[in-house]
Design a protein around this ligand. Structure first.
Ligand SMILES: Nc1ncnc2c1ncn2[C@@H]1O[C@H](COP(=O)(O)OP(=O)(O)OP(=O)(O)O)[C@@H](O)[C@H]1O
Ligand SMILES: [Mg+2]
Length: 297
């Protein structure tokens, strides 16, 4: 095998890159110390509602008095800024030393996303794995969240670069919340996500079943994608079942209009289910029961 000697200038470039990565990793460690719980929202399947669940859970945690941040780790298809009411290209405040600040939206959620920095929705991001990893590392290193109780990380579908990067560079990731729909196909896919988390030695905090049923205006309930798969899986793997969210056309409309559904329709079944799910998350990760007064305040 022939061995190529690298030139001095190549060596310098590699050394500089390594130094930048080490400095960023140090910054990440120090920023993450100010955030109590870091939770990534995972699903191997696209379009099951990860971003919607992340936005709603963030809203429900904030309403429960928690300081919440959301990081959009979906580099190719950032969407959660719109679900939280901010247009693409809104921008993020930055300081001359490179520190970036998240944008705060009601009910007190701090958001950082590449979607806020893109000029328009149609602008594609055509990056390979290493560039995506670098972008995520930079977001984690340079965004100053201040003190937070929860950072929710909205992942793209699958178990690829973004998921691995988040699991590896956040030193003490609290765990994953899995999102699924109740179809048999999704069951196999959730099993893969559980295996992924186990392989990385990360905790699965719980499973949320989205699009679980549809309630007709006259009251009859239809299980469009099947019934009960997520709860069965949760039992099988000894994982907490966080709740089921119905299909509701108002959810799609609110998301498309850039209104946070959770605040627009606080009395809906879905919003109530998110409040319950948030309470369970708090109980699981903080290890304590919420008393009645605290839960309803
Ligand atoms: N329970 C629901 N009822 C009605 N519409 C929903 C529901 N959940 C999500 N949607 C809609 O389904 C679409 C996909 O949701 P979302 O973008 O949250 O999925 P995702 O899993 O994040 O997708 P991706 O894999 O592309 O990141 C959106 O238009 C959203 O408004
Ligand atoms: Mg998404």
């Amino acid at each position: 095998m022939s061995v190529r000697r690298i030139s001095k200038s190549e060596y310098k470039r590699v050394a500089e890159r390594m130094k930048k990565i080490q400095e960023e990793q140090k910054l990440i460690v120090s920023r993450m110390r100010h955030i109590k719980y870091k939770i990534a929202i995972l699903s191997n399947k696209g379009g099951v509602g990860k971003s919607f669940v992340t936005a709603s859970l963030a809203g429900a945690l904030a309403v429960n008095g928690r300081r919440v941040g959301v990081l959009d780790a979906d580099i190719h298809g950032p969407t959660i800024h719109k679900m939280l009411g901010l247009p693409t290209g809104f921008g993020m405040p930055a300081r001359a030393d490179g520190t970036i600040f998240p944008v705060e939206v009601p009910p007190g959620i701090k958001l950082a996303s590449l979607g806020l920095l893109l000029p328009e929705d149609e602008t594609p991001i055509i990056w390979r794995g290493s560039l995506k990893t670098a972008a995520l590392r930079e977001l984690l290193a340079y965004v100053d969240w201040g003190e937070l109780d929860y950072l929710l990380i909205d992942l793209p579908p699958g178990t690829g670069d973004e998921q691995l990067t988040i699991a590896q560079i956040i030193p003490d990731l609290t765990g994953f919340i899995l999102v699924t729909i109740p179809s048999e196909v999704s069951k196999a896919i959730v099993k893969k996500a559980i295996a992924f988390a186990n392989r990385l030695n990360k905790r699965v905090i719980g499973i949320i079943e989205n699009m679980a049923y549809f309630r007709c205006p006259e009251g009859s309930v239809h299980y469009i994608f099947g019934k009960g798969a997520a709860e069965e899986l949760a039992k099988e793997y000894g994982i907490e079942f966080l709740g089921r969210i119905p299909i509701d056309p108002k959810i799609r409309e609110a998301n498309d209009k850039g209104k946070l559904f959770f605040l627009e329709y606080p009395d809906s079944e879905a919003a109530k289910a998110f409040l319950e799910a948030a309470k369970k998350v708090i109980e699981i990760v903080e290890g304590r029961k919420l008393d009645e007064a605290e839960a309803s305040s």
